[in-house]
Design a protein around this ligand. Structure first.
Ligand code: XMP
Length: 518
């Protein structure tokens, strides 16, 4: 590992920080995210070929906002600053950053931006393109030694560069897909500025992780794996069975809030693998706990905790002791959206909500995929030889239909939603659209409205259809499903599912919405 070229991403608390790392790895360069407090000596020891400063929620001109030691600018290492990171470079090197007033330089969303093609990090991209902006402060004065290489209508200094020192600062976010040529910009930074050769791929990740876990877990300990049946935990099952063999027990908790037939399908798939597989049916246990609970975060906390208690009970049953481990297929978006580090809580993913007494019950929690994004997990799954049917399964959140039923969750609502969701999925698959859409499902809203069916008045629930295209699930676009397919879904659901009299289609992207409604 030590000879491998590396990029260090210094984390200032933005939502997209691991996405930067993900982009860098995707472009073939190994990359690690480190806290912004990483001492300069450690940075030197790591010998990175480049450093990236991330975005963050604070304002650089405040005394207590995160800063770096100015010595970092004397290391001779190229630096790319993004959003907060860009403003930090400006502020620390003698420029100035100020708060935008409402009508001046504050930007949020896709923004047409001019990028100077003479600047090497903008090679191979048109002069005008769309970038993703998300800032309330802006660079007012460019530091000495830098030149302006980009602007938008509202933001005079959207990109600045000091070619001699190899420092580049971008007000927009090149790491998100909404920035049209973002990936090319990062590629140019890596290959044209940092002179990367590109010596990293997911195969290495699998090999390195298996070796590391073998030495950490040892020859005797067992692992209880929380298997949801989705791609993340399935990939983890394949990985861990290479680490501990039959000392792995995979527990699938069917909480009764799965999609139609899903529990049986998961059982059939994993029973055919050469692993210890256990299915636990706990429908009543979860529904009782969720009774009259309406708040989304409360639902998530209850479900996360209950999963933990079921794993603890199963561990007792199978003689798994406190010298053994609990493993979860947590991936990076679960971690960041649950608000770890300096990031804001967006929603707490179920696998980050284990009660402390459950954690204490095991020697440790094994989450080796927690720095990866969904598409990286899929690439790893392919390297481990998993079938495409598992790799391409659309994601299904751990809390299941509980977070797709807005308001309180009942058995009756779950049955209604299951039926409607099945029809939507069937029609999308029949139309062959399942290959173009990365996740699609129905949401039972808590809204009832008046309708007319036959000759009578109805007062029933509104169902929302949600379908998105995305690669990393950190950002997503709503899918442009053809009207005739929407028509068929709507007609069938209204005719076949009792209790629903209105269908709406969700046309928001992420951000500003999220994929799930809760
Ligand atoms: P959001 O709604 O956060 O969803 O935009 C992004 C992706 O994460 C899935 N998701 C979850 N997956 N446990 C999971 O395993 C959870 O608690 C959870 N919440 C959301 C969601 O389905 C989408 O694929």
């Amino acid at each position: 590992m030590s000879n491998r070229e590396k990029i260090i991403v210094l984390d200032f608390g933005g939502q997209y920080n691991q996405l930067i790392a993900r982009r860098v790895r995707e472009l073939g360069v190994y990359c690690e995210v480190k806290p912004y407090t990483m001492p300069i000596d450690e940075i030197k020891e790591e010998n990175p070929i480049g450093i990236i400063f991330t975005g963050g929620p604070q304002s650089v001109y405040l005394d207590d906002s995160p800063k770096v030691d100015k010595e970092i600018f004397s290391l001779g290492i190229p630096i790319l600053g993004i959003c907060y990171g860009c403003q930090l470079i400006a502020q620390l090197l003698g420029g100035s950053v100020v708060a935008a007033s409402d009508d001046n330089a504050r930007e949020y969303g896709k923004t047409n931006t001019y990028l100077n093609p003479d600047c090497e990090i903008f090679d191979d991209i048109p002069e005008n393109s769309s970038t993703w902006m998300s800032h309330g402060d802006y660079m007012e004065k460019v530091p000495n030694g830098f030149v302006n290489v980009g602007h938008s209508a509202a933001c005079p200094n959207a990109a600045i560069a000091n070619k001699e020192k190899r420092f580049y600062a971008l007000q927009f976010h090149p790491e998100v897909n909404h920035t049209e040529y973002g990936k090319t910009i990062i590629k140019n930074f890596l290959y044209k500025v940092c002179q990367a050769k590109g010596d990293w791929n997911m195969d290495d990740f699998g090999k390195i992780t298996i070796q590391r876990l073998k030495s950490e877990i040892g020859e005797n300990s067992r692992i209880l794996l929380a298997l949801s049946g989705g791609v993340d935990s399935a990939v983890l099952a394949a990985l861990l069975s290479r680490v501990v063999g039959k000392r792995l027990t995979c527990v699938f908790v069917d909480h009764g809030l799965m999609r139609k037939d899903e529990g049986d399908e998961i059982e059939a798939t994993f029973k055919s693998w050469d692993i210890n597989f256990v299915r636990v049916n706990t429908e009543k246990r979860f529904l009782d706990k969720l009774k009259n609970i309406e708040d989304p975060q409360e639902k998530r906390h209850i479900i996360g905790a209950e999963f933990g208690y079921v794993f603890r009970d199963e561990a007792e049953k199978f003689g798994i002791t406190n010298s053994d481990y609990l493993a979860q297929g947590t991936i990076y978006p679960d971690v960041i959206e649950s608000g770890e580090g300096d990031a804001e809580v967006i929603k707490s993913h179920h696998n980050k909500l284990l009660p402390p007494e459950v954690i204490a019950r095991f020697k440790g929690i094994v989450e080796p995929l927690d720095l990866l994004f969904k598409d990286e997990v899929r690439a790893l799954g392919r390297n481990l030889g998993l079938p495409e049917t598992i790799i391409n399964r659309q994601p299904f959140p751990g809390p299941g239909l509980a977070i797709r039923i807005i308001g309180d969750v009942t058995q009756e609502k779950a049955d209604t939603l299951r039926q409607a969701d099945y029809i939507m999925r069937e029609e999308i698959a029949n139309a062959g659209e399942d290959k173009n859409i990365n996740q699609y499902f129905a949401v039972l809203t808590n809204l009832r409205s008046v309708g007319v069916m036959g000759d009578g008045r109805t007062y029933d629930y509104t169902l929302a259809l949600r379908a998105v295209t995305t690669t990393d699930f950190m950002t997503a676009d709503y899918a442009r499903i053809p009207y005739d397919i929407l028509d068929r879904i709507s007609n069938r659901i209204i005719n076949e599912v009792k209790g629903i009299n209105r269908i709406v289609y969700d046309i928001t992207s992420k951000p500003p919405a999220t994929v799930e409604w809760e």
